[in-house]
Each structure stands twice: as C-alpha cells, then as structure tokens.
Design a protein around this ligand. Structure first.
Ligand SMILES: Cc1ncc(COP(=O)(O)O)c(C=O)c1O
Length: 410
C-alpha cells in the first residue's frame, strides 16, 4: 500500500526517532533524549482556575467558532510582551496564535517552499523542524553552528553561492540541540544578509525566556527593517506543552497569507485554551512563574555540567549553555553516536540520548549527541551522566588511538 503514499511522506523517515523514544520510555533507563519540561513545574492548579474563570466569564460564547488568528486580548498581551521581552515592535495585528511552535514552522514552510526550493538550516538543528520541512521537499543548505550560534561567514558564502535560497531557519536563543545563543552582532549581520539576498528569516525562539546566566539579546526581528523576519515562540516550555499554543509575529503581507493557510488547516486553535491562557495572564505574573522555573533549571544545568566535568573523558567536548533545555556533546570523529547508543549505551549503561545524525539535514554527521537536562532531577542527572561517563571511559580504553579530529567542535 505504501506505493500509494505521497513522496512527502516517504521522504520523511522518523523510524530512528520512534525507536529512541520507545527505548527511553523504559523505566530502567535514564533518558536524556526527550526535550521535555519538568512535570513538577507545570502550574496545574493555576491553569485549572484559569480555564474555570474563562468559562465562567464568557459563558457559552467561549465554545463558539472564533477568529483564526486568536482572541484580540491575548494577541495584544503578546504584542506587549514582544516589546518588553524581545525588543520587537508589534501590534495585535502582527500576532497569530498557533497550535504550538510546531504548527507555526509548518505554516511558514507551507507559505514559502515549493518542491526543491532552497533553504538554509543550522547544522545541527531541531529535528521536529526538519520533519516539518521535509514534507515540502526543500533543498537544504546546512550552515554550521559554533559557540555564538550560526556561523555568519559560512552563511554569507552559502547565500553567495546559492542566490536562489528563499528561507533561513534559525533557533537563535539556547539553540536546540546545542544550547548556544546567536550574538547580537551576528543577528544584525543575518538581517543585512537577508536584505541583500532577498531571503525570509524564520526565527524560532521557544527557549528565549529560559535564561540561567548572562544577559538577554534582542530578537533577530528587532533588527528587521523590511518585514522579512518571522518570529515564532510558544507557551510549551514556559507553561505547558499540552496547551499546544504558540504564536507567530509577522508583518504584512506575510501575516495575511499565514492566517489564510491556518484557516484552511484547522480554522482556529481551540478557543477555550486560548481564553484560559488569557485569564492565566490576567490573574498571574507569568514572569514570576518563569523565574521559579529558571531557578530550578539552572540547578539541573549545573548538575549536568558538573557531572560531565567529573565523569566524561577529557577528549570529549560539550557546550555550556546559558539557558534552554540542551547540552551538545561532541565525540571523537570516528565514533558513531547512534551505533554506540544501540550497542552499548542503552543495553549496558541504560541511558538514552538523541544521536547526531537525525539532527542534521544532511544526516551525515554522526559523532555527537544531544542531552536534555530539564526533565529529570539533579540526582538522577548525575547518576545518568556517571553511567554514561564510565562507559565512555571504558570505550576509550579499548578504542584504537585515532587523531582527535571532530566533525563539529564548540
Ligand atoms: C526549537 C523548537 N521549535 C519548536 C518546537 C515546538 O514546540 P511546540 O510545538 O510544543 O511549541 C520545539 C519543541 O521542542 C523546539 O525545540
């Protein structure tokens, strides 16, 4: 029957990932694979109250069809937040609510990408974005990431060599999967390049508010002078992913088209949830809530970094993120992290991570993996990294001596 499936489905092979997440569900394993928030940080009682208040205040009207872009009062709150937290000037008309950041990525891809169209992604990048883009069958150009985010010199070269590129997809704040943040200078340079080469930038920033050290940098959209940056974010990491609520900030004519595309897909996001989020924001100080999350996540990040420093072999490098959910580990160039996971890490150390290959559009880089530090408690984090470190040390003892030449290095 598969021969009946469209090419876009066949191009999209998620079997590796399904396997990883299936294995990490085993309670015997310590899984650093999923990009999950800490379940203990969900404000469930406050959210319950917010749903109740929204329903009580609005009566049956809350259950009616409503505007595709979402309620005006919530869009206005998000416009205000974009100004205060990201340095972005926007009105409520520049905002649309979506079913998570994931739908926002899909909508922008649907707006821009014909089969074979050229786009830039970071190498590595968010695998969920690759899954969304894959269905539009683009031609990917991969630009490496270093400790200051996407390498702008490499981006310039790529745009020079491929002037047909239409879209740059970037995760500038606490990048998934490396945890790195794009410097302000690079943000400005990226916008200049987009202006010069007539490219749209998709700025995907769900981790922006989760900063544990250092100073905030304005959004890339802050530097946008031509309405070519589309900013997306989400309540998934700061409130709860089950709300399935994200938002897009875009100028005209992009916003009008995105509203039309969303209307054709799902008419609107669930109004009850959007009104409940609006009530939550009326009744609670979300920044105070974020501050409590950040304090907890800072401890987890520090626990993971301390364990990595203590238990990992010295020729294995890793990022030291100032926020977000992830640390990226770079192995010696001859080690295939997926093979290591399947043959040793899962069966012997009972630890899971996300190996490099599925996080690269090219699928060619194998010597790295992503670790999540937000979902587990510090004691479990330390125990899991110790198990992994002991295995890697033993592996090194028997591994052939090879020159330390890493495919990617931070
Ligand atoms: C970089 C990035 N973008 C978008 C998303 C999608 O999140 P959601 O659809 O839950 O808002 C995620 C989730 O992990 C992510 O890491």
């Amino acid at each position: 029957m598969k021969e009946l499936f469209a090419n876009r489905v066949l191009a999209n092979d998620t079997s590796d990932l399904d396997e990883i997440f299936k294995n990490s569900a085993n309670p015997e394993n310590i899984s650093f694979a999923g990009g999950f928030p800490d379940i203990r940080r969900f404000p469930d009682a406050d959210l319950k109250q917010a749903y109740q208040t929204a329903i009580d205040q609005q009566g049956p009207a809350i259950f009616q069809y409503s505007a595709t872009e979402g309620p005006q009062n919530l869009r206005q709150k998000l416009a205000d937040r974009m100004a205060s937290h990201a340095g972005v000037t926007a009105t409520a008309d520049n905002i649309m609510l979506t079913q998570g950041g994931q739908q926002a990525i899909d909508l922008v891809a649907k707006l821009l990408l014909n089969h074979g169209d050229a786009m830039v992604v970071e190498g590595p990048t968010y695998m969920g974005a690759l899954a969304a883009f894959d269905t539009y069958e683009p031609t990917y150009y991969e630009v490496p990431v270093d400790q200051n985010g996407m390498n702008i010199r490499a981006l310039r070269k790529t745009l020079q060599a491929h002037p047909e590129i239409k879209l740059i997809y970037t995760i500038p704040d606490f990048h998934n999967p490396t945890g790195t943040t794009l410097s302000a200078k690079r943000r400005q340079a990226m916008v200049s390049l987009a202006n010069q080469y007539d490219v749209i930038i998709l700025e995907d920033s769900p981790y922006r508010d989760l900063r544990y050290s250092g100073k905030s940098v304005p959004a890339i959209k802050h530097y946008d002078t031509e309405g070519r940056v589309v900013f997306i974010s989400s309540f998934s990491k700061i409130l709860s992913p089950a709300l399935r609520t994200g938002w897009i900030v875009a100028d005209q004519p992009i916003m009008a088209e995105l509203i039309g595309l969303k209307s054709a897909i799902d008419v609107q996001s669930p109004n009850v949830t959007l009104q409940a989020i609006n009530s939550y924001l009326d009744q609670h100080d979300i920044d105070a809530h974020i501050a409590t999350i950040n304090a907890a996540y800072r401890l987890k990040r520090d626990a993971m970094l301390a364990a990595l420093d203590r238990y990992f072999p010295k020729n294995i490098t890793y990022t030291r993120p100032a926020g977000g959910f992830f640390i990226w580990v770079t192995l010696p160039s001859d080690i295939d992290a997926k093979q290591l996971l399947e043959t040793q890490v899962l069966p012997q150390a009972h630890v899971a991570y996300v190996p490099a290959a599925c996080q690269f559009a090219s699928r060619t880089v194998k010597n790295g993996f992503r670790l999540n530090f937000t979902s587990l408690d510090p004691v479990t984090i330390t125990a899991g990294i110790k198990r992994l470190g002991v295995l890697l040390q033993a592996n090194q003892a028997v591994a052939p001596v090879v020159p330390l030449k890493t495919a990617i290095q931070f």
